[in-house]
Design a protein around this ligand. Structure first.
Ligand code: HEC
Length: 130
């Protein structure tokens, strides 16, 4: 009985600890910064591949997929207080990534071409809203 109580107590303390650790994490990295950081990571990985001239189709496709999926979180991440132009800028990024995924680049040259509109979509939103 005593052992059981100790186990339950341990679980309760663990749960409280996990909850406060989670909320601390959330304060440190708000959703919108997380979304940007994830996209930045995948763009960086692709740029590194281009620099090293190792643009393997499967790896490239994985990063482009992750970029495309994450770009869909840009709107929800910034909430409803952004104006219509922001939504359009987010859509522009999504469209450029749809096209990049569809192009299925299998060489560094093809990847560079596919990424150009993506980089422009990042920059044009940053110029206006960052
Ligand atoms: C629709 C608008 C929009 C698009 C598109 C966009 N961003 Fe951002 N990004 C922002 C805004 C706004 C901020 C500033 C957020 C802040 O500091 O709170 C930002 C900040 C960032 C940051 C800094 C994050 C930090 O922790 O301060 C990085 C890195 C970033 N973006 C990368 C990217 C990349 C890479 C892309 C393209 C794949 C991209 N962004 C596309 C709006 C956008």
């Amino acid at each position: 009985m005593r052992a059981l109580l100790l186990v339950i107590l341990g679980l309760a303390i663990g749960a409280v600890g996990a909850t406060s650790a989670l909320s601390a994490l959330r304060q440190g990295t708000p959703f919108h910064k997380g979304v940007m950081a994830v996209m930045d990571h995948h763009i960086d990985a692709l740029r590194a591949d281009m620099r090293a001239n190792t643009c393997e189709a499967k790896t490239v496709a994985t990063h482009l997929d992750r970029l495309r999926e994450t770009a869909r979180d840009v709107r929800p991440a910034f909430g409803t207080d952004m104006d219509a132009g922001f939504g359009q800028a987010a859509d522009r990024l999504s469209t450029s990534l749809d096209e990049a995924v569809a192009a299925a680049p299998a060489s560094c040259a093809a990847l560079s071409t596919a990424l150009r509109p993506v980089g422009e979509a990042c920059q044009s939103c940053h110029r206006q809203y960052r």
